[in-house]
Design a protein around this ligand. Structure first.
Ligand code: FCB
Length: 450
């Protein structure tokens, strides 16, 4: 036992291709929806893009050495579909496979186990032009890409996640348009959910083997009602449905939640997709949980301020998030470590033997480099300590939690926020690409190595 955790518990940090790699035009990579979106004026808060990001494409070997030096034994990264198959379908680019082979080998040389995510939101632009996740064909192209990538790399990568947070892909990408491709399609965003999950199922069927473990990373969260009023309880039911049950039910029980389909008027559309459910609900080796915060919701009486505005909660636009007075991070996300326990326990009840990982957990704060060249991020350290303590308690109770990944290894391109939100346990000076281990990273190293 190290600090209350068993040997073999995976201690890692996570990143995602578009957020860290840069080198967007290098070695045959094709354009993704995030290239297009970030280069569209007004889409990114600070007007930046991922063209250079952390230059991880060139600096990965140093970054992995740094990760290993922190005492971490696992690295969760994502693979850019546009590097492997630049047009999304058709010709494979060997240089793309070579890059991820080198990255995985650099992990292994440093005693770090690679955990790869096949899709962390960067859809090849030609596939978006052909309809994106609103069309079924994209799921089939994802299967092809997954099969090629797995065949090329499964000797060096043993742990695979199909999708990262399909909730975000569907409801931010096609719901409120805050993320690429920036579309606002109302309840059609639920069709994207189905095609994403179908893509997951098709990919899993194509790549699963006894040699590795295969799962998916979701962002479920505890949803609380602001009061016991019937309206607030109904609001919580709706948001829990969209956020959690719309993903957990098909993946773990091969069914969609009937109430959500009814709320969104999509009962008939989903009935026509029923034949896909066995594939979507095929057994998983694990679920990855990305946890940041809980949500408390209410259904205010009277009209909402701007009815019909693009929403992340189609069919339940009236529901609002409520401030319960918890302290917040720079993102405005309330801090409640017990929420991590709550959501892990919820999933465990649905699938008692299924191994779970925390595949992302962390916090953004305004970090500054001191005159001594250090970053004293006490608040982030406290956040990590509290959430890791929840994991330790669960593990000591015999709960099947197999690993914890901090988001993120290093500061990076935080999607619609650009570089204005730092989540790293390592600070990145974007002008020089210098890395500085923050106090939270130094604390984690102490925790893991002493
Ligand atoms: C998650 C994303 C990750 C990062 C964190 C802060 O939703 O998976 O890429 O942006 O939030």
């Amino acid at each position: 036992m190290t600090n209350g955790f068993p040997p073999g518990f995976a201690w890692g940090a996570a990143t995602a291709s578009y957020q860290v790699e840069g080198a967007v035009g290098t070695d045959g990579r094709g354009p993704s929806i995030w290239d297009t979106f970030a280069h569209t004026p007004g889409r990114i808060a600070d007007g930046t893009n991922g063209d250079v990001a952390d230059d991880h494409y060139r600096l990965f070997a140093e970054d992995i050495r740094l990760l290993a030096d922190l005492g971490l034994t696992a690295y969760r990264f994502s693979i850019s579909w546009s590097r492997i198959i630049p047009a999304g379908s058709g010709v494979t680019n060997p240089a793309g496979l070579t890059f991820y082979r080198r990255l995985a080998e650099a992990c292994l040389e440093n005693g770090v186990t690679p955990y790869a995510t096949l899709y962390h939101w960067d859809l090849p632009q030609p596939l978006e032009d052909a309809g994106g996740w609103l069309v079924r064909d994209t799921a089939e192209r994802f299967r092809d890409y997954a099969a090629i990538t797995h065949a090329g790399l499964s000797d060096v990568i043993k742990h695979w996640m199909t999708l990262n947070e399909p909730w975000c892909s569907a409801f931010l990408g096609y719901g409120n348009g805050e993320h690429a491709p920036g579309r606002t399609e109302g309840t059609d965003a639920l069709k994207a959910v189905h095609h994403l999950l179908l893509g997951h199922g098709l990919a899993l069927e194509a790549i699963r083997s006894d040699e590795g473990t295969y799962g998916i990373a979701l962002n479920p969260a505890p949803i609380h009602a602001a009061s016991d009023s019937a309206a607030d309880l109904d609001a919580a039911r709706r948001i829990d449905g969209l956020r959690n049950r719309m993903f957990l039910d098909p993946l773990l029980a091969a069914k969609y939640p009937a109430d959500v389909l009814e709320d969104t008027g999509l009962t008939d559309w989903f009935a026509a997709q029923e034949a896909d459910l066995p594939l979507i609900g095929a057994p998983l080796d694990f679920i990855g949980v990305n946890y940041y915060c809980p949500t408390t919701v209410a259904a205010p009486e009277g009209p909402i301020s701007s009815p019909g505005r693009p929403s992340t909660q189609p069919g339940s636009e009236k529901v609002v998030a409520v401030d319960t007075g918890l302290p917040r991070t720079q993102m405005g996300w309330p801090i409640q470590a017990t929420g991590l326990r709550d959501i892990l326990v919820t999933i465990n009840k649905l699938a008692p033997d299924l191994p779970l990982y925390v595949t992302e957990n962390g916090a953004a704060y305004l970090d500054e480099v001191t005159a001594d060249g250090t970053v004293e991020d006490d608040e982030r350290q406290a956040y990590l300590e509290q959430h890791i303590a929840v994991c330790r308690d669960l593990v000591s109770e015999g709960f099947p939690l197999k690993g914890y990944f901090a988001w993120s290894l290093m500061d990076n391109f935080e999607w619609a926020w650009g570089y204005s939100r730092r989540f790293g346990i390592v600070y990145v000076d974007y002008a020089t690409q210098q890395r500085i281990v923050k106090k939270s990273g130094r604390w984690l190293k102490d925790f893991l190595t002493t």
